[in-house]
Design a protein around this ligand. Structure first.
Ligand code: ZN
Ligand code: ZN
Length: 223
């Protein structure tokens, strides 16, 4: 855990799983010494970053920063979106700014989406489609669990393609001050256990090994 963030108390509102623009909240990142809450977020571009909660709940931050560059580059090319255009399950209903469209989803949900993300088909629903995929994954693991035992699917999981370090269970994270840390995590049956942020991949790998000891060992020994 970096010195600038502490986990003194659990957050009042758990934002885990919520999406804001390109950002999906992965986990509580702790508070700084002024009590301001940070969250570990993953951007659609794959980057994991620690972001101050109020900056995305207020709508100020909608990506890891990649959007700013993308939006400027693409602005000229995406002026051809009109009200009523369809992108996946989404239909545009109102232009909110130069680059932002209010959309309605086939499920009835509403979502504001960057024109860039609509054009590139990065966002195709209000989030309901993603939830359905997540549900399917959870169901898949449950069925496997009944067949072969709880630990096997997680132990056999390949390196997550977007974890950016190449080490299973170790992710690259950008801290609020811009420094890079490495997070250790272990996902079993859809639940992700986390072991803080570390200065080096090696330290994070050790922390990941500790998680494996803690959560895999009991299953293996009981077999
Ligand atoms: Zn990004
Ligand atoms: Zn929807």
């Amino acid at each position: 855990m970096p010195p600038e963030l502490h986990k003194l108390s659990p957050p009042k509102n758990d934002l885990t799983g919520q999406t804001y623009g390109r950002i999906t909240v992965l986990a509580d990142g702790g508070t700084n010494n002024k009590g301001i809450r940070y969250w570990e977020c993953q951007c659609l571009c794959g980057k994991v970053k620690i972001i101050r909660g109020s900056s995305f709940t207020s709508g100020k931050t909608r990506s890891c920063g990649c959007l700013n560059g993308d939006a400027i580059r693409i602005r000229k090319r995406v002026t051809d979106i009109k009200v009523g255009d369809r992108f996946g399950l989404l239909v545009t209903i109102e232009r909110k700014s130069n680059t932002l469209w209010a959309c309605i989803c086939d499920c009835g949900g509403m979502k504001d989406v960057e024109s860039y993300d609509l054009k590139r088909k990065k966002v195709k629903s209000c989030g309901c489609k993603k939830n359905k995929e997540l549900q399917n994954t959870v169901q898949h693991y449950k069925r496997k669990k009944e067949k072969v035992g709880a630990h096997v699917p997680a132990l056999k999981t390949k390196v997550r393609h977007n974890n950016s370090t190449g080490v299973k269970g170790v992710g690259r994270v950008q801290m609020p001050n811009g420094s890079i840390k490495y997070s250790a995590y272990l996902t079993i049956n859809g639940t992700t256990h986390r072991a803080g942020y570390h200065d080096t991949i090696e330290d994070a790998t050790i922390a990941r090994k500790d998680l494996e000891e803690k959560y895999h060992r009991p299953f293996l020994e009981n077999k």
